[in-house]
Design a protein around this ligand. Sequence first.
Ligand code: SF4
Ligand code: SF4
Length: 755
Amino acid sequence: MDNKIGLYICTGCGIGEAIDADRLIDIANEDFSPSICKTHECLCSPEGVEILKADIDSGNINKVGIAACSSRVMYDIFDFTLPTERINIREQVVWSQPPADRENIEEDDTQMMAEDYIRMGLAKLNKVLPLEPFKSEAEYAESILVVGGGITGMNAAIDASKAGYSVVLVEKADNLGGWALKLYKKPSPAPHYTEISDPGVKELVEDLEKTSNIKVYTGSVIKEISGAPCMFDVTIQKGTETHDERVGAIVLATGAVPYDATKLGHLGYGNVPNVITHEQFEAMAKKRAINRPSDNTRAECIAFIQCAGSRDENHLNYCSATCCVESLKQAKIFKELNPEGQVYILYKDIRAYGHYELLYKEMQNEGVIFIKGDVDSISENGSGGVQIDTNDFLSQTEITLDMLDLVILATGMVPSTSIEIETEKIKKEADDSEKTDTQAKDAPLENMASGKILASNILNLNYRQGPELPELKYGFPDSHFICFPYETRRTGIYAAGSVRAPMDIYQAIDDAGGAALKAIQCVELSKKGLGVHPRANDISYPEFDMSRCTQCKRCTEECPFGAINEDEKSNPLPNPTRCRRCGICMGACPERIISFKNYSVPLVGNMLKAINVPEEFDEKPRILILACENDAYPALDMVGINRLQLSPWIRVISVRCLGSLNLIWIADSLSAGIDGVLLLGCKHGDDYQCHFIQGSALADIRLSKISETLDRLALESERVRILEVSITDFDKLPGMIKDFEDTLEELGPNPMKGF
Ligand code: SF4
Ligand code: SF4
C-alpha cells in the first residue's frame, strides 16, 4: 500500500506562539514527503475537523498525522477510519518546555523536540497498516453463563436478562439460593440500619422464575469450557446427562465457604464442647432455640470470638469483612430470643463499616459487653460450660469469663476458588459418595508466569495455562486491586460476590450488576472484533508470522490472560477475542514474529531511529523514554498540564505496556548514539499496579539481561534505567528524569555517537 500521509499541525493552545510550525512542515516535507501538510489555528474546532474530513473524503490521503494535543484528549473528535497518529506537541512539548528562541531556532531545544516528534510520528505512520477488526468464521454467541445460583448469581442472571441477554445459570446444588439458604436473618443496610430481616431467597427465586430468557441447570456442574469470548463452548454435567451451550461471556458467582473451624483447636473448636461457629448458630436460630449442644439446655450467657482465623498469619491473612456485623446480628437475634441473656464479644477491632455502626451502637445500648483482647485460653468450666481467659487491652486487666454456655467463633470467609478448601472438599465429597471424579483428583496446582492457577474444579477451562482462574491473592480470582473490579485474568470471565472478595449480601448484589455489565460489554466489543478494557475499542490484535515460529512457547507461557493455546506440536494458537492487546507476547517472542498492524518491533524501531541525535560536541544529550501508556504517559502529560518543566533532552515513545518491550529497541537506541534509555512502567510485585498483570515485572526480568548486550556494545549498564511511575507521581517525574540526566552526565556522552 502506498503511503499518502496528511499531516495537520495545530497552532492553537499556545503551540503557534511557542514553536515555529512552518519549520515543522519543512522538516516533514524534507524527510517524509507527506501528500498534504497543513497548519490550523484550532484543529479540534468544527472548521478544523471539516478540513481533515474533506481531505480524507477526497481520497488524497490514506493516513492522518495530527500534531496537536495528547492522544488522551479529543479522541472522540479526531476519530477517523484511516490510520491516525496523534503527535503530542502540546502537553509534552510546548506546555512543558520554555518557548522556542526564534532568533536561534535551528539550535533551540523546544523546537528540536517538536521536530523530532514530527519525525517520529511520520516514521510510525509510514509503517502502520490499515486496521481490520478480528472476525472469526465461528458462530458468535451473546448469552451470558452464570456459574453459581446464590444471591449473587441470581442477581447477575436477572440483571443480564433485564438488559436483554439470554442467560444460562448453573448451580451445583439441587436448589437455588446458595449460602443464604442457611441464614435465619440478614442485617439491614437501609434506614434505620438496625433491623434484621429474612434473607429473601424465596422472593429472589420467584423473581428469577418470572424473568424470561434464563435457563437454569440445578444439580449441575461445568464439565468443560473451551473457546473464547463470544465463542465459549460449555459442557454442563447434570447427573449422567451432558448439555452443550455456547455463550458469549461468563459470570463466576460461586461464593465463599466459612474457614474450616477444625483448624481452630486453639479457640476450642473440636476440643471444648459448646464451642460452635456462626454457621451452627444460624442453624439454631432458624429453630429459634439457642441451646448448648452438649445437653440441649437453653444458653443464658454467650460469647463471640471475632477474627476466628481471619487476620491471622497462621490461618487467613485478611479481614473477612462480614464477621463483625454477623456477630452483631447474631447478638441481636440472641437478645430477641432471650432478653435477659448476656452476650460478650471479644474482638481485635469491630469493623462494622458504614451504617452498620448503628447496629454496633444498638448492641452496646442493649448491654452487649465488648472486650478488646485476645483469647489467652479456652477450656471447659467444670459444669458443662466454657471458660475464656483474656486480657482486656483497653483496661489492661486480666478477665476470666467462666460461666459461658456457648462460645461462637466468627469464622472467616474463604473463596470457593481457594485451592486448599475446595480441592479437599471436592475430594472428600467424591470419596464419600464413592464417585470417581477424575477432574477433582487431577486438579492442577501450577505456578505459571501469569500467577498461581487455582485448583477449584469449577470452570474446567480448556486453556493451555490451566483449567481454572489465576489467583490475585489469598485464593481470590480477582485481577487487579485498583482499576478493574470484577475482572479475572481470563478475558470474558468476571467474578462477582464473595468469590471475588469478602463482602456482605448487599455488596454482592451490587457486584452481580457490575459483573453482568462487564460480561455484556465483553460480548458487545468482542462481536465487533474490538478489545476490552483497558484497551477497550482497540481494533488491532496480534498476528503471528508462523513460518518463522520456533515453537519456543514463550508467548503461550507469558500471555497474562491465557489468550494463546498450543497445538500438539507446540505451535501457538491465538484466540483474539481473549486477547487484551497488551503486546506482552510481542515483547516475549525471540523471533519477533508477533506484530500488531499499528504496533510492532520494527515500527517502534523506526520511531526511535527517526530521532535526530546531535553530535557529541553539540552538548545536547538525548534520552529515550519508553513510557507505559497506562500511567507513565498520562503522568508525563500531567507534567505539561500543570506547567511543570521536563528535561529538553527526552524523547518519549508510548508503549502499550512495558511488557511489550523488545530489547532490540534499547540496543538500537544506544547504537544510534542516544545517551540513555529510561523505561517508565507501573509498580510490580506485591500489590502490583500493572494494568496487564505482569508486564512491568517481565520488563524488569528482561532488562536484567540487557547488561550482556551493553557489554557487547562496550556501554555502561547505568545508561538504561527502569522506574515505577503512577499517574499521581507526575510532580516527581521531572526530578526522576533529572536524576537520570545527572547519571548520564557523569558517564559522559554515548561513545557510539556519530558511528
Ligand atoms: S497481546 Fe497480550 S493478551 Fe494478547 S495474546 Fe499477546 S500477551 Fe496475550
Ligand atoms: S514466542 Fe514466537 S517463536 Fe516462540 S512460540 Fe510464540 S510465536 Fe513462536
